[in-house]
Structures are given as C-alpha cells and as structure tokens.
Design a protein around this ligand. Structure first.
Ligand code: SAM
Length: 207
C-alpha cells in the first residue's frame, strides 16, 4: 500500500514530523494518569514515522501503529528498533482496517480527514465497538473556518465540520474537547489551521 504524498515525504532523510510527540499524545498521557485504571493496549491510526507510537510504548503501552504509507511504516519500525522500543507497525488503511481484538485506546492525530464522509459514521462505530469498556479515544480532525484561507496540501483529504468529531461521542464521557488554531508547516508552506480535538472515555456499562 502506498500514499504518494507521504511516501515521498518519508523517503527524505530525517524525520518529516520531528521526533517530539504531538500535543494530543502528551494530553492523553496526562489525562490517563487521573483515571482509576491504566489502559494497556493502544492503536495509533496513521502512525506516520512513529513519533507518538514510540512515545506511548516508552510509557508502557503495548502499541500497534497503523499507516497506509509503507515507507512510513518501514521508517517507524527501523527507528523503534534503533531506540530499543517495542512497537508493532503495520501497513493498513483506516478506511477499511478492522481491529481483530478489543483495545484500551484508539489514538489518531492528523489523519482522520482521510476518512471520506460517507464512511465516517461506520468507521467510528467499528473503532468504538472494538474499544474495551472504560477505554479511551483521543482524536483530532481539521475543520475549515471562513476566516482561514484554505490550503490543501493533501487533495484527498476532506475536512470535518466544526463540532462533527465530538458528535461521534454522544454516549461517551468527554474528558477533554475543544478547538485549537495553529500554524502548520506540512507541505513546506506555513499555513494556519483549525482542528477539533476530543479525548473521550467509553462507559464501563450502559444502563
Ligand atoms: C499528518 S500525517 C500524521 C502522522 C502521525 N500521526 C504524526 O502525527 O506524526 C498523516 C498520516 O496519515 C497517513 N494516512 C493517510 N491516509 C491514510 C489512510 N487511509 N489509512 C492510514 N493512514 C493514512 C499518512 O500516510 C500519514 O502518515
């Protein structure tokens, strides 16, 4: 499997996204500290060069990193091995990938805009159904704003509607949610972006 834009970026020397974990990964680790039970297993949807997967594995999670770019998957695996960190990286497509076991955490940063609108609800349903009771989702998605000029570095991506991401978590406990604006450097041209962010916990039981 390949994704030409990302394959090309990941084939370059160095780390396209850098080695530091995303803010979402750090927020998740902080929030989880206050929970009664520590999650153990985590899936990183769209793991890229593995910066967040490696960060989680170093904190004791059993991590599966999934990405459509085989170049990214190979690079992430090589980096993890070099650092002596145990992470399983696999090539897969978030549009079709089916989790085979229930996991404690589903994490995705900078990726969900690659889910076409017509399959989004079904995909969220699948990932939620395969999350353990009390498990966590930490997700973000780009949202368009009329006052931010649209800059498409990935023509296949479809933005979420403002608030759409939170809408998939109506029955879950919302641990953190909001919208952030920042300057992205993806594609080499700095541009402003707005992003919805949700960290949510699946109920232990439904009444
Ligand atoms: C903006 S990058 C973020 C990478 C990583 N989450 C990070 O923050 O370092 C988006 C990633 O999504 C991956 N991606 C795009 N479409 C995908 C799909 N349909 N299934 C799985 N991964 C996909 C790309 O290959 C790329 O690695």
């Amino acid at each position: 499997m390949s994704e030409p834009i990302y394959d090309e970026r990941y084939a370059r020397p160095g780390l396209y996204w850098g080695s530091k974990p995303t803010g979402l990964a750090r927020d998740l680790v902080r929030i989880v500290r206050s929970l009664p039970r520590r999650p153990r297993t985590l899936v990183d949807l769209g793991s890229g060069e593995g910066r967040d997967s490696i960060y989680f594995a170093r904190r004791g999670y059993r991590v599966l990193g999934l990405d459509i770019s085989s170049v990214g998957v190979r690079k992430a695996g090589q980096r993890a091995r070099r650092l002596g960190v145990n992470v399983r990286f696999v090539v897969g497509d978030i549009r079709t990938y089916r989790l085979k076991h229930r996991v404690d955490v589903v994490f995705s940063s900078g990726v969900l805009n690659n889910l076409p609108r017509r399959i989004r609800a079904a995909r969220f349903e699948h990932f939620q159904a395969n999350t353990a009771p009390g498990g966590i989702h930490a997700m973000n998605a780009d949202v368009p704003k009329p006052y931010i000029p649209r800059q498409t570095t990935n023509p296949q991506a479809t933005p979420f509607r403002s608030g759409e991401l939170l809408g998939y978590y109506g029955d879950w406990q919302i641990l953190d949610s909001g919208q952030v604006e920042f300057v992205s450097r993806s594609g080499g041209v700095p541009h402003r972006k707005a992003m919805d962010v949700v960290i949510a916990r699946k109920p232990e039981s439904t009444s």
